[in-house]
Design a protein around this ligand. Structure first.
Ligand code: AMP
Length: 470
């Protein structure tokens, strides 16, 4: 089944390039603070995406830069009265620790910009030699967007609208066009102690934001590669600038075949961002909830759609995930041939397993621009469907979790025949005492089961028992 992905550049769904090796670059964070769960949405998605491609047999090289030199880091160092490099170092460490805690581990290489200063300088020099860059005295080297006839092709903006309504545009009174951006910033005497600087024939200074990424990707991937990803907020000016820089420097088009953008995570309807003060850090989230909850919230929404985070969304995710874990636990229980306690699970196995059909539906949905919400409808049926084949279903779920990362093994870990037999026995006693209206006894059994991590629910169709995971 051909995998089709929405390409922001062509504005169409396109098949993934027909080759085994896929080079994927995703914009990493600017390390001036703890990361928030909006950043996490983007990294959780690309973690899933890279693992999914690998599960389909692609050889994915996943590269992510770390912006460890930037105005925001200098500003943070000033506020904290710390050395700029120390600020960047400590927030790089917290970023990597957060990724680990979230189970984000598909990245092949993390590349901090300050390790690539000579490559950055060389790329700026090439742009100067080819006439794409000009110098503003006392300020830095700038890219002249008027020299690039293709400028604006990703975002659909013209040079004249280049800086309307977006943040992180480089300000300078000496710019030729208002959308021109800084490639190399000269050292400012006012920032002497805090501003990182590198000696260079360009003039002592530091890199602009956009050039870091193209110098790094060119170093690892060369001037052209398959996929570039990031949050939709980076489409303009950042990704537009990357295209302008790399295509102008190399003369090769396209720089990247497929551009993928994740929708913004909002909280109470407003985009989560540090600058707006509207954010929840990954650490604070993980103090209160397991990582699978954020992954579930991320994956149950289509990656390009906006996603509104709220306490209700967390409660709903926990309920759904717990139901899923319960379903998987019951599959394991059925395989174990202990008492089958879920409704319908004691039916004879059907002759024709719908498992292949469901697997096909799941794969088809993902192949259509990663329609995870549609795929999850099939996933639910794989777990809860009433058609036997427990062992095959468990194996399939385990395989799927290799890229979903939703902890499907949790309900099976520590699975014990003895404990299950005991639970089953207590549950049977519970149902009997209830049928006999011995409510004191049934209440005591309910409490006992609760202490063992199980909850009894009395439904219209009879009592059911579920394992509690949260
Ligand atoms: P930054 O450090 O701001 O460059 O952000 C790091 C990554 O997180 C980038 O890919 C951003 O596009 C992404 N990002 C930032 N804020 C959000 C958000 N609210 N929702 C989704 N992704 C975001």
């Amino acid at each position: 089944m051909v995998l089709k992905l929405y390409n922001t550049l062509s504005r169409e769904k396109e098949p993934l390039p027909d080759q085994k090796k896929i080079r994927l670059f995703v914009c990493g964070p600017t390390v001036y603070d703890y990361l928030h769960i909006g950043n996490a949405r983007t990294y959780l998605f690309f973690d899933f995406f890279a693992k999914y491609l690998r599960a389909r047999g692609y050889d994915v090289e996943y590269l992510e830069n770390i912006t460890d030199v930037d105005d925001k880091i200098i500003a943070r160092a000033m506020t904290d009265g710390k050395d700029t490099a120390a600020v960047a170092r400590s927030f790089t460490e917290t970023f990597l620790a957060d990724m680990k805690a979230l189970g984000v581990n598909a990245v092949t290489t993390y590349a901090p910009a300050t390790d690539f200063i000579s490559q950055i300088i060389a790329q700026v020099e090439r742009l100067i030699d080819k006439g794409f860059a000009y110098k503003i005295d006392g300020d830095g080297w700038y890219f002249d967007i008027a020299k690039d006839p293709d400028y604006g092709k990703l975002s659909g903006r013209t040079a004249a609208q280049a800086e309307d309504g977006v943040s992180r545009i480089d300000d300078s009174v000496g710019k030729r066009n208002k959308g021109d951006f800084c490639l190399w910033k000269f050292s400012q005497t006012s920032l002497t102690d805090l501003e990182p600087r590198w000696p260079s024939a360009l003039g002592d200074g530091r890199p602009g934001w956009h050039i870091e990424d193209t110098a790094i990707s060119e170093f690892y991937f060369g001037p052209q590669y398959e996929i570039h990803g990031g949050g939709v907020d980076l489409k303009f000016p950042h990704h537009e600038a990357e295209i302008a820089q790399q295509e102008s420097a190399s003369g090769l088009v396209p720089f990247v075949k497929l551009w993928m953008h994740t929708g913004a995570l909002t909280m109470d309807g407003k985009k989560m961002s540090k600058s707006a003060g509207n954010f929840l850090t990954i650490r604070d989230f993980l103090k209160a909830h397991p990582p699978e909850v954020l992954r579930w919230i991320t994956l149950t929404h289509h990656y390009r759609s906006p996603l509104d985070y709220s306490e209700e969304a967390v409660t709903q995710a926990k309920n759904e995930l717990e139901r899923i874990y319960g379903g998987i636990h019951n599959l394991a229980w059925a395989v174990d041939d202990a008492l089958r306690i879920t409704k319908g699970s004691n039916k004879e196995e059907s002759e024709i397993a719908p498992l292949e059909r469901l697997k096909g539906q799941f794969e088809e949905a993902l192949a259509d621009d990663l329609n995870t919400s549609k795929a999850f409808a099939a996933l639910r049926e794989i777990i809860f469907g009433d058609y036997g084949h427990f062992k095959e279903r468990l194996e399939l779920l385990k395989e799927m979790d290799g890229f979903l990362g939703l902890g499907f093994n949790k309900p099976i870990e520590g699975f014990s025949r003895e404990l299950n037999a005991k639970i089953a026995e207590k549950f049977e006693e519970y149902k009997l005492s209830r049928a006999n209206k011995q409510f004191i006894q049934s209440d005591a059994l309910r409490k006992e089961l609760k202490g063992l991590g199980y909850e009894v629910r009395d439904t219209e169709e009879g009592s059911v028992i579920v394992k509690k995971f949260f």
